[in-house]
Design a protein around this ligand. Sequence first.
Ligand code: C2O
Length: 551
Amino acid sequence: GITRHYKFDIKLQNVTRLCHTKSIVSVNGRFPGPRIVAREGDQLLIKVVNHVPNNISIHWHGIRQLRSGWADGPAYVTQCPIQTGQSYVYNYTISGQRGTLFWHAHVSWLRATVYGPLIILPNHGVPYPFAKPYKEVSVIFGEWFNTDPEAIINQALQTGGGPNVSDAYTINGLPGPLYNCSAKDTFKLKVKLGKTYLLRVINAALNDELFFSIANHTLTVVEADAVYVKPFNTETILIAPGQTTNVLLKTKPRYPNATFFMTARPYVTGQATFDNSTVAGILEYELPPNGFHSRISIKERPLFNSILPALNDTSFATNFASKLRSLASARFPANVPQKVDKQFFFTIGLGTSPCQHNQTCQGPNGTMFAASVNNVSFAMPTTALLQAHFFGQSNGVYTTDFPSDPTIPFNYTGTPPNNTMVSNGTKLVVLPFNTSVELIMQDTSILGAESHPLHLHGFNFFVVGQGFGNFDPNKDPKNFNLVDPIERNTVAVPSGGWVAIRFLADNPGVWFMHCHLEVHTSWGLKMAWIVLDGKLPNQKLLPPPADLPKC
Ligand code: C2O
């Protein structure tokens, strides 16, 4: 591998969308931010310089960060944020990974504008496990807010209610023609006939899982979360915030002179944020200059609209999830842990906490919305967990008494319990090096069931099982897939159901795990794992870099 240098200047930039101009936090003045392209085995040195009033930190979502947890990025977990006028060099080596990932701000709601693709090409001479595409294109979804996203979440946390929803979904920063005042801000993909394109689809949206489809075209899914999968064809993909999906697009329509919509809109499982707006981009064919089709003027091009599943189409979601299987080939094996050292059962979901900031909280029955893992709503510390761990200064920062089972047992998918209150704490789980972990995540219905895309830092995990209703420890493990389960870093725990994941804790450090719906993270649906050093020198966390920010 080689060393690649990048510089991220965090600065304010005026951007206009939906006829609203506002100053956003950006990287190098760009929105979305720059694309990072590296190769497996490369070392990345990315200098982030903060020129804005806000605190910043950047997370390289899905990068394993083997022994280099100092470069992972979540604020107050692996580092203190980079303050105004300061800088920090993220230094890490990409090892054993190739595919589509992304990077994003990991403090408050700055991810709304601070994100971009992170593409890892395979080693030289190692082909894709599918025919080489003619071209590769990044398709990154986001959400546009006409107002300041940090103000939105701060206000929601003050009043205890739900934050305002975004004003538009975007493809590569562009809302497209179905929104007011946005026809000129439309993502356009020009393609040639009879070629194969690789679309690297990334969901960087804050709060919504999205369906995505291209009119009159079939997509072949070949990779998810930077892991190759057994290819399958589909008209539509479903992608949760934090997930990436590579698809092949073969260009051979019956009407090459047409304009084809590519659209995305949310998959809605809760009752809270019902949003039926749709982002559209346009696919068009470049036709030979003197061919028959080119004589048809643009105005006469027929328009084909893409068809998306219903907003609440859970059977599509279930079916799509079941099609995702690891490639599990000789070159790209699925190293599913076959034995389990430690089992955990976590409930995840929404609850309430007592009204703190004023007398009239806007959450259910005058409470504040909260979200929790095993009924503990995670309280962010004021210093970084990784430093506290490394220097043996956990006192007053975190405790290691994370409950191994929920403290209020109940029927998770039936009648909600009377007590919806959660407790607060900065509680972590300690794992010895190389522990083989099985984790069942049960989605609860305390305040209505909702699908939660759970993201684990520092690891990929295998999704060995998934189902609806309450997890049954006697029956369900018999059906686990230990042969070719999907390997990924973010999994949508189905509304009113559960997933079972396995991972090997072979990466020493402190690793965040949270719902990648930003509103649920803000409400406390998060926790962290400490993985201890192993005995050998190459099983130990590296020492912190000299420029690590201070709190
Ligand atoms: Cu992409 Cu902790 O997140």
